[in-house]
Design a protein around this ligand. Structure first.
Ligand code: TYD
Ligand code: MG
Length: 429
């Protein structure tokens, strides 16, 4: 293709003009026959051809999983670690992340890099947990490039590298302070590339604050293969691990633990989050929820008290805040029950948050119960998602939760099977 350039102003065009449209001079456009060629060769500098392979020729590796000693942990990983996998384990400080990795990796060849604790502290904790650290190597050195260089020299002695925490690691090539977003991203990228190249599993521990939304670990989620969130409250002993991303397994798994004097214990009982099945105080309801592939039973407590404020308070813990507002609106519309002049407090016992959708019905029942100051009948279970129109929706796994509820001795079970709209709660008011 021909290309014409104005000798006067440098204007370029694919067609010839007698008068340059840019500077207005006559007879200045001349043809540059070599333009196309030279520009292509320039573009080719630094160009890297992509390599293309037919899928037929790609072999799927039957990657052997590295199983940890803890079933509940393997479950959320999708069956164990995969060599080359990078797992981000997040949670509030003090929730039990370091304890979990020590317990889970005790039989695996592990390099534990800690910017949080000294070797003595880690060893002390292991002693308390009754764990022998014979398979563990330890380091307090925190430069990402240094870690990579050293680990690549002793790859065959290590299957898993634990970085506790990613916020303490820095790259020599980045100016920002440790734990700044640019540092976090750079060191994570370096470690992820290293893990993939060397088929090494890496666990990155990341602190999050109570609000859970601190930019740090959140911004790393798309670099890693698996994100595990450790939740619970320090005052309560129960802990949940949820998978929020997993390239090598499902994301609908949860692991349940109890923090005891001798470390984390696995729990498989779906009733752990109840203080007692008998619901005898006003404002309290038991809900059945599918969390991951499990049915769990939670106690929701609500308190509706007349407000003294111009704008009443809504304080919600363990439940989606906006969902509570929506359910209040549904209650007002369908039951003619306005809680506009009441402060509302909602709490889920056990310090965990309900992510499943079938707790809505129970929340409404608990609110009515608190408002009326009448306890809900004992041994009653609520399962159901409530729609904007007040309709009760069938929920994921409903049958399973119902049969589990029956097995556990709940006498009355409200669900989409026997109630179709919150309007039917009129009899409760
Ligand atoms: P830790 O694993 O240090 O938390 P993280 O790494 O998430 O900051 O756990 C700290 C808390 O766990 C600490 O407050 C004490 C408690 N804990 C127990 O209750 N029992 C135990 O056996 C251990 C080791 C810790
Ligand atoms: Mg720790």
């Amino acid at each position: 293709m021909a290309f014409f350039v104005c000798k006067n102003c440098g204007f370029g065009s694919a067609s010839w003009y007698g008068k340059c449209p840019d500077c207005g001079k006559w007879n200045t456009l001349t043809e540059r026959p070599d333009f196309a060629k030279s520009s292509t060769s320039k573009k080719k500098e630094g160009l890297k051809r992509i390599s293309i392979t037919p899928f037929k020729k790609i072999k799927t590796q039957d990657k052997t999983r590295i199983k940890t000693g803890i079933f509940e942990f393997d479950r959320v990983l999708g069956g164990g670690f995969i060599p080359g996998e990078v797992v981000l384990l997040t949670g509030e400080p003090g929730i039990g992340k370091s304890t979990l990795v020590l317990q889970a990796l005790k039989d695996i060849k592990t390099l534990y890099i800690s910017g949080e604790e000294s070797g003595e502290q880690v060893k002390n904790r292991a002693d308390r947990l009754g764990i022998k650290l014979d398979n563990f190597l330890f380091s307090n050195d925190l430069q990402a490039e240094g870690i990579i260089e050293s680990v690549s020299e002793m790859k065959d002695q290590i299957d898993v590298v634990v970085i506790d925490s990613i916020q303490t690691i820095y790259s020599k090539d980045i100016e920002g302070a440790t734990a700044s977003i640019s540092q976090l991203k750079e060191v994570t990228k370096l470690l992820v590339t290293f893990a993939k190249k060397n088929n090494l599993a890496i666990v990155l521990i990341g602190h999050i604050t109570k609000e859970g939304e601190i930019a740090g670990p959140k911004s790393l989620e798309h670099f890693v293969d698996c994100v595990l969130n450790f939740e619970g409250e320090k005052v309560s002993n129960y802990r949940l691990i949820r998978t929020s991303k997993n390239r090598f397994g499902g994301t609908d798994e949860i692991g349940i633990f109890e923090m005891t004097g001798s470390g984390l214990k696995e729990i498989d009982n779906p009733l752990v989050f109840l203080e007692g099945k008998k619901s005898l105080e006003p404002g309290k309801a038991i809900v059945g929820v599918a969390e991951g592939k499990r049915s769990l039973f939670f106690e929701i407590q609500t308190l509706a008290v007349p407000t003294v404020l111009a704008v009443p308070r809504r304080v919600v813990k363990g439940f989606d805040y906006n969902k509570v507002l929506l359910l209040l609106a549904v209650t007002r519309k369908n039951l003619n029950l306005s809680l506009d002049n009441f402060d509302i407090y909602v709490n889920v016992i056990g310090g965990v948050s309900i992510k499943g959708t079938s707790a809505d019905l129970g929340l409404i029942a608990a609110l009515i119960s608190s408002f009326k100051n009448i306890p809900l009948p004992s041994s009653t279970l609520f399962i159901g998602e409530v729609g904007l129109l007040g309709e009760i929706r069938n929920t994921y796994f409903e049958e399973k939760i119902i049969s589990e509820g029956k097995r556990l001795g709940f006498k009355k079970i409200y669900s989409s099977k026997n109630i179709s709209s919150v309007k039917q709660f009129r009899s409760l008011i």
